[in-house]
Design a protein. Sequence first.
Length: 398
Amino acid sequence: MIRTILYLTVVLLCGNVYAQDYSYFTKTIRTFYTSAAEAEKQYDLLVSKEQIPFAIGDSVAFLYRGEANSVAWMGDFNGWGYDKNFHNKGTRIPNTNIWILKTSFPADARLDYKIVVNESTWLLDPVNTHQQWSGVGGGSPNSELRMPRWAADPVTEPMEGIQRGKIQKDILINSALLGYQVTYSIYTPPGFNPAQRTIYPIIYITDGYEYMHEQMGNMPVILDNLIHLKKIKPVIAVFIDHREPVNRSNNRRMQELAMNSGYLAFITTELIPKIEKQYMVSIDPKDRAILGTSMGGLTAAYFAFSRPNLFGLAGIQSPAFWFKPEIYTLCENPEKPPVKIFMTTGTINDTREGAEKMKTLLNKNTCTYQFREVNQGHSWGNWRDLTDDILIYFFPAN
């Protein structure tokens, strides 16, 4: 009885908070329609407080000021234009050049977006300081909507006064199997000393350039922090670059990561032996991980279920299982399920449907796994936020 009373009290209190939030949101938006002068004043006030987009509770108003015939917002919330059911067109506030789009998202959502003016000019939000370099391949920023209950994970930012690992970048390997050159980078943990002959676990990472990039995956910083906090044991990481070494604009990921048996052979018979010859790393599958996002998530599942004798750990982020549906057949009845899988997906125009289908198969074949969903889209903000969870699951400190 006491527990029931406490539960009802919490529900009522939370409901009251949401009611107050929505009341404040409605009052603020109403001000824009009082007069043109009040609209300009309210807009400037929100800009000064860095509150555009204006988000309270689960409600949000996108705002843009500028002369235009039309203004729309494109982003994770409408699949960057693919989801036609989401109303993304703004309306002009009368007698002003201020445009508004009101909508709602989960209170802990984080989403990428851009503004589209006159159906042709794509802009970063000029009054939003939050940006996220995004999309697989990255290279340019999006504006970032941070709903009130979303908060950045501190472990994704550099910690002061700690030892840092070292990165040897752009190591070249000539692949006889692929018939071309591949580059990769190696992260060695703080205190690494080959003379000590310490044996380290190892993780291989597809889309390694993006996972390394400080504006995208920022994974070396996450590794440094987790090792310092003693949340994971020291680990060596291999960041595989899919860009052609002499022409970085040519990214081969769509070929290499599409359940490509030739690429799997390159990794297992050329790259891994080279790494294991040069570094004291464990050869036990339970200490060897493969990690990737989107097409790389598809590849992580493909590698682990094809070669469980090599990869006992598979980090699968926002997997593009739709690209090769035969992955489900491969994973449905494995001879020996991988030891551990950590799979993640966003809930907003990401890969939730395919991930849920794979989750059903993992239950069926008795895999040991963790599954996480977050209210985000197909974005490096999503994947970076969950990298620490994967690493802690794979390499917990003793």
